[in-house]
Design a protein around this ligand. Structure first.
Ligand SMILES: [Zn+2]
Length: 249
């Protein structure tokens, strides 16, 4: 059982056989407009019957805001839901500090105003497909912002790693990132990704989240994602929409 892929698939199959299959969800970040990479992601997930949550940047810094083109493209992809990926994905942290849009570097009231505007814009464009789910850019958010998110209209929050209790919100995180950012935005090799899936499937979590970024996927990332989906499904994992996990609380 030294091969991490075999170990992960065995753990997934064991859970399915025991009657509590591993549930997985897929979050893809940084969408703004349609394009070839997005088409590929929508085709891959749609063909596999895997629900997809697209974390959309409402008004990307220095670029045109997201608009009807993306909304129109998603009309033919009923398996997709939209989450609010901050407001502009602009880094407001000082030099030398980890990047953060939603840090405590600006007045909280102005950040809340942006988040409300982001939710409003995406709901206006995508209707019921838009979920009141906040995905902070770089998976980071100042703790002082959390108490006000419910009043902004959000019911759920998604970052990376283990969930922490947040009053008034359901937290549904991702745990497996298929991109190696430090190595230069390249797809991680299959072995380490499957090792993380093996640990997740053998552990106590009810569900796990996989994080992708279609705009930077190389051949490795696409291959790993396709294999993760196909092999885990074959082994008995259930890919579910994030709205089901949010509803389960
Ligand atoms: Zn992002």
């Amino acid at each position: 059982m030294s091969d991490p892929r075999n170990a992960a698939l065995a753990a997934i199959a064991a859970r399915a056989a025991a009657g509590h299959p591993l549930r997985l969800w897929l979050r893809d970040d940084d969408a703004v407009a349609p394009g070839q990479a997005l088409d590929r992601l929508l085709d891959l997930t749609g063909a596999a019957g895997v629900p997809l949550t697209l974390a959309v940047i409402p008004a990307p810094w220095g670029e045109a805001p997201t608009g009807p083109a993306l909304a129109g493209r998603l009309e033919t992809a009923p398996h997709v839901r939209v989450a609010v990926h901050g407001w502009s994905h602009r880094n407001h942290a000082p030099e030398g500090v980890k990047k953060q849009e939603l840090g405590a570097h600006r007045p909280l009231a102005s950040i809340h105003a942006e988040l409300r505007a982001g939710l409003e814009r995406l709901t206006g464009l995508h209707g019921a497909r838009a979920l009141p789910l906040l995905v902070p850019p770089w998976n980071r958010i100042a703790p002082d912002l959390l108490p006000g998110l419910a009043a902004d209209g959000f019911t759920a929050l998604s970052t990376f790693g283990a969930e922490a209790a947040v009053a008034g919100l359901v937290q549904v995180n991702t745990q497996i990132d298929i991109i190696d950012w430090k190595a230069g935005r390249i797809g991680r090799p299959a072995g380490p990704v499957w090792s993380e899936m093996a640990a997740l499937a053998a552990g106590p979590r009810r569900f796990g989240g996989v994080l992708t970024h279609h705009l930077v996927h190389d051949a490795t990332a696409w291959a790993v994602l396709a294999d993760l989906i196909a092999a885990s499904t074959q082994a008995g994992a259930e890919w579910v929409g994030v709205e089901r996990l949010i509803a389960a609380g």
